[in-house]
Design a protein around this ligand. Structure first.
Ligand SMILES: Nc1ncnc2c1ncn2[C@@H]1O[C@H](COP(=O)(O)OP(=O)(O)OP(=O)(O)O)[C@@H](O)[C@H]1O
Length: 309
């Protein structure tokens, strides 16, 4: 029995050459397994292939080769079931301006063949906070309301897997909170969530499993905690008592001056001790007003994995 929410094997996508551009291999044989019940983060720099992968999952882009199965249904062998198992909240606001939120949800449910008596438009409208706007034309909705409606549309057929493509890019704090709250609630009810985000702190807060993709390949795939544990990188931030004229130097120490005048010293705790770092600070003639250390965060892991390419 296949217990993964999503199972991807040897997935390749080559976009054909166009008049002005050469062929592009956007996915170079990706293997990825997303456990059921997880909140799974898909991270990667611009152009890494995230949208290509999501669009293949959503059935919007045709893969070149490889196998994709969603909730145990192979996309090629069981296209209908695999499509029914997944809901996608896209990045762009592609809403028909003449539909009301209720109308948009009903049409979407119709597209997925959800019978009238099984539809749950009112519940969705309540969840996304649009019950007061249920009968308003989409063109009169604010950008934030449209986003919420896109989330609602992804839920009409009660998918087992919900995919969110950059759900909080450019949204205000209030809407972001609401989206996260909804996502947590859906996950608690058993829905598997996959999201792409550029905000690493968001992935750090929300996701329990993370894959980092770069140039069409998965370069890391792990639980968040072991991904963070991979780096023993530390940073010591020293607030000097007076402006710094010379940066501390020492084996295994990378020092930089921050805009606010603080000195940031990066080191690996298994190689260099905090004491050695402090000694280097003193040797540079810096007197310390305040000091703190920081653990590696996801951004450090991300940079170290994608920098080399
Ligand atoms: N329709 C297309 N035709 C040709 N090339 C494409 C097409 N769509 C994407 N690409 C190329 O494939 C590569 C992967 O793009 P993709 O949009 O999947 O990356 P991404 O990780 O989602 O990036 P972003 O975060 O910027 O959306 C890029 O080099 C992109 O230029």
């Amino acid at each position: 029995m296949n217990t993964a929410a999503i199972e991807i094997r040897g997935l390749r996508k080559v976009y054909a050459a166009q008049k002005n551009s050469a062929a592009k291999e956007a996915l170079k044989g990706v293997d990825l397994s997303v456990p059921r019940g997880s909140v799974f983060g898909l991270l990667g720099p611009n152009g890494a292939g995230k949208s290509t992968m999501i669009n293949i999952l959503a059935g919007l882009v045709r893969k070149t080769s490889g196998a994709v199965s969603i909730w145990g249904f192979d996309q090629d062998e069981n296209p209908r079931q695999s499509r029914a198992a997944i809901g996608v909240m896209p990045q762009e606001l592609n809403l028909d301006p003449f539909f009301t939120p209720r109308g948009a949800l009903e049409v979407q449910a119709g597209l997925y063949g959800v019978p009238k008596h099984e539809r749950h438009s009112d519940e969705i409208l309540r969840m996304i906070g649009l019950q007061d706007k249920a009968e308003a034309y989409a063109r009169t909705l604010s950008g934030g309301m449209r986003r919420r409606l896109l989330l609602g549309k992804a839920l009409v057929h009660r998918p087992s897997v919900l995919v969110l493509d950059e759900p909080t890019a450019g949204v205000d704090i209030e809407l972001r909170q609401m989206l996260w709250e909804n996502i947590r609630k859906l996950n608690a009810q058993g829905m598997t969530i996959i999201l792409t985000t550029h905000y690493l702190e968001e992935a750090e807060e929300m996701c329990d499993e993370i894959a980092i993709i770069n140039q069409g390949q998965v370069v890391a795939r792990d639980s968040k905690s072991s991904l963070l544990g991979r780096l023993d990188a530390k940073a010591m931030v020293v607030q000097p008592a007076a402006p710094v004229t010379a940066l501390p130097q020492g084996e295994g120490i990378e020092a930089a001056l921050r805009d606010d005048g603080a000195v940031v010293l990066r080191y690996r705790s298994q190689v260099t001790s905090a004491e050695e770092v402090l000694a280097a600070v003193h040797a540079a003639g810096i007197s310390i007003r305040d000091v703190k250390t920081e653990e590696a965060d996801l951004e450090d892991v991300f940079l170290s994995l994608t920098k080399s390419a």
